[in-house]
Design a protein around this ligand. Structure first.
Ligand code: FAD
Length: 328
């Protein structure tokens, strides 16, 4: 029976139905290890856990708990919540850290409700003071930074993807198989699913280090090749404003903002985007923001670190050529 340290932070990582670890794992483990001992829980289908222990130790897990569940590919979230409850009872963590993915935040909210814990959603960082773990948030479209902490019990935190660049050193982790009693809690059930092969060589928008987004100013779906060209030159993902999505230039999955994806890349480049508050809500925590817009009064320039007042059809090809020339 393992004795878990009092500063244990229980980390739930996202695992696909076929047992693939999601790329957000390195980030949540790194954030947990920076404030305590990372005890990492993976819930996976039977027969897929063999490699997970080693993968998680390489990402900095001090201890690994694996719960194998035949139900986890069918029931949407209850097997994960059941495993979180069993893991929390075993570990007695100081805090629980989960990626703010769709499944992660669903599991975190259900676990917090079930255990009567405080819930801090969409944190952009974690730290600790003498009283325990603190979650940091960027709210009202990035206009305010606020902190939250639990007055009692373990704080359950969901961490915005791409918000933390802290990574943990590899550990020599213990791996424990966790016995989980199914609660039978009501849940949506997946009747069938198909994993789609991602054909794009670009990184996923959520969690990308570089995002290049286009707005209404790009003018058409065909013109989006310009946005893609700059993204490819920088090895980045492609995003869009809602106006560009509504105009049919790109699919809705590209939308950045309040009603789209929230991104926190190292570099965000906005092309022909005015910078409405709803767009800013999804990208304002980017480390460096560059805006190219022909209107010098566009609100995007208020939050840009670097701005180019100019026609994107003139500026972007020159930028791509300069990047490629530098690469040789
Ligand atoms: P515009 O505001 O029309 O701006 C286009 C910009 O392109 C202008 O600044 C113009 O100067 C510039 N431009 C034009 N031609 C060129 C050129 N050749 N070269 C350089 N610059 C050029 N929006 C989102 O993005 N994400 C959301 O999630 C979102 N959610 C919303 C939710 C609600 C409830 C509501 C009410 C709105 C939401 N919106 C969202 C919409 C938001 O309010 C804006 O309408 C939208 O962001 C505007 O997109 P845009 O900047 O591309 O277009």
């Amino acid at each position: 029976m393992t004795d878990y340290p009092t500063n244990s932070v229980l980390v739930l990582v996202d695992v696909s139905p076929s047992g693939q670890l999601h790329s957000s794992a390195a980030e949540v483990i790194g954030a947990a290890a920076a404030v305590g001992t990372a005890v990492v829980l993976a819930v996976t289908a039977p027969g897929t856990s063999a490699l997970l222990g080693a993968e998680l130790a390489a990402l900095g897990a001090a201890h690994v708990l694996v719960a194998e569940s035949a139900q986890c590919a069918r029931a949407v979230v209850s097997p994960v919540v059941d495993a979180l409850a069993a893991a929390a009872a075993t570990v007695g963590p100081e805090a629980v850290l989960v990626s703010n993915s769709i499944r992660g935040r669903d599991a975190a909210a259900r676990f917090a409700a079930r255990s009567g814990s405080a819930l801090a959603v969409d944190a952009v960082g974690v730290s600790r003071d003498e009283e325990g773990v603190i979650a940091h948030h960027s709210v009202y479209g990035g206009a305010y930074s606020v902190d939250s902490a639990a007055s009692t019990g373990a704080l359950v935190i969901t961490l915005r993807q791409g918000s933390s660049s802290v990574r943990a050193a590899a550990q020599d982790a213990t791996v424990q198989v966790l016995e989980v009693a199914a609660s039978g809690a009501p849940d949506a059930v997946v009747s069938s699913y198909q994993e789609t092969a991602v054909e794009s060589s670009r990184p996923e928008l959520r969690g990308a280090d570089v995002v290049v987004s286009g707005g209404r100013g790009v003018g058409s779906g065909e013109n989006f090749a310009l946005v893609e060209g700059l993204a490819d030159a920088l090895g980045g993902a492609v995003g869009a404003s809602r106006a560009a999505v509504d105009a049919g230039y790109v699919p809705q999955s590209f939308q950045v903002g309040q009603t789209g994806v929230t991104v926190a890349p190292q570099l965000y480049i906005a092309l022909g985007i005015s910078g409405a508050i709803q767009h800013r809500a999804g990208m304002q925590t980017a480390k460096t923001i560059i805006a190219i817009n022909k209107d010098p009064d566009a609100p995007i320039f208020e939050i840009a670190d670097f701005g180019v007042v100019g026609d994107l059809f003139t500026v972007v090809p020159q930028l791509v050529a300069a990047i490629e020339a530098k690469r040789g």
